[in-house]
Design a protein around this ligand. Structure first.
Ligand code: NDP
Length: 313
């Protein structure tokens, strides 16, 4: 079966629209996401546009700052500080990658923790690792929500995460571990033979590598769940003259779909869920700023009572 991230994302955004109307009626506050784009990278511009479109659809304000590629580190830091200090701004998103002349870590470090709706701040990552309250990175959070809403049980299951980036692979490892899966992480130094062995045994495969059809469908264990994070543009054999080509994931979809119980398509799987989680986090940030939500509520989960580590409410 297809894990339809687009449909779930549409549902989440519709719920957020209703919640935002109620929130604004109650508080007079409109949730606001500030986006920062530095330079002219076309893919980044598309991502930011799509995030801003979602804001408009839900009823958030979005304030966009498009800065030239030669923006200095000091000027960008100043903008982040100004947005931190602006009470009307609830979330700050700095679109990555930043130009090489800028120290991206220093910029992310400067974002106020309560406005870190992307969940990339080192303290947000630390909180995630320690199961403490805070914002989790949107892509793995979207994966977890998709699994959860589809009723896929993770406890005791063998999961392999291919890729260990700070924004996808590593937090996915943490979140799957917190969900009681038995998790192995593979990366560029994992041998192809070991990778095949791990994938063949895995009940859940999360592929976040960035290489087209890197995981052969024949490796997928019958009945496994396949989460394909990769977004790779390749020539379209059906339309070879189209310079835009087509998008494929990191998994050989058709062959994997023959064997998997659940699989995410590319596009239409993880991508839309990432934006849905960003939108969720923005409303949570606004509600927290208005004093309506205790800091203990995770932004990426559907509402539920906060739980103690022993599992009791
Ligand atoms: P990175 O390039 O930051 O990380 C890629 C990871 O893949 C690294 O950890 C790398 O290992 C690992 N890797 C590279 N080669 C191999 C190999 N031969 N075997 C096993 N692992 C390997 O990418 P991201 O994590 O940012 O993104 C991954 C993919 O997901 C990309 O296609 C990206 O476009 C997509 N993406 C999609 C999103 C969505 O919303 N759907 C959001 C974010 C990303 P090492 O650490 O050793 O270098």
């Amino acid at each position: 079966m297809i894990l339809d991230g687009k449909a779930l994302s549409d549902r989440i955004k519709a719920e957020l629209t209703a919640q935002t109307t109620a929130f604004t009626a109650q508080t007079g506050v409109t949730p606001c996401l500030a986006t920062i784009l530095v330079g002219e990278d076309p893919a980044s511009a598309v991502y930011v546009r799509s995030k801003r479109r979602s804001c408009a659809k839900i009823g958030y304000e979005s304030r966009h700052h498009h800065l030239p590629a030669d923006t200095t580190q000091a000027d960008l830091l100043q903008l982040v500080h100004d947005l931190n200090a602006d009470d009307a701004v609830h979330g700050i998103l700095v679109q990555l990658p930043l130009p090489k002349s800028i120290d991206a870590d220093a910029i992310i470090d400067a974002i106020a923790l309560h406005k870190d709706v992307d969940g990339f701040h080192p303290r947000s990552v630390g909180h995630l690792a320690l199961k403490k309250p805070g914002f989790a990175p949107c892509t793995p959070a979207g994966i977890m929500r998709l699994l959860q809403e589809s009723g896929i049980e993770l406890s005791g299951k063998r999961a392999v995460v291919i890729g260990r980036s700070a924004i996808v692979g590593l937090p996915a490892v943490l979140m799957l571990t917190h969900a009681d899966a038995t998790v192995t992480v593979a990366h560029s130094r994992t041998t192809r033979a070991d990778l095949e062995d791990l994938v063949r045994k895995a009940d859940v495969v999360v592929a976040a590598v960035g290489r087209p059809e890197f995981v052969p469908g024949a490796w997928i264990k019958p009945g496994a769940v396949v989460i394909d994070v990769g977004i790779n543009r390749v020539p379209n054999p059906a339309d070879p003259d189209n310079p835009r080509g087509m998008l494929v994931g990191d998994v050989e979809f058709a062959a994997a779909a023959e064997r998997a119980s659940w699989i995410t398509p590319v596009p239409g799987g993880v991508g839309p869920m990432t934006i849905a989680m960003l939108m969720t986090n923005t409303l949570v940030a606004a509600r927290r700023a208005a004093g309506l939500v205790a800091f203990g509520r995770s932004g990426n989960q559907p509402p539920e009572p906060d739980r103690r580590s022993d599992g009791r409410s």
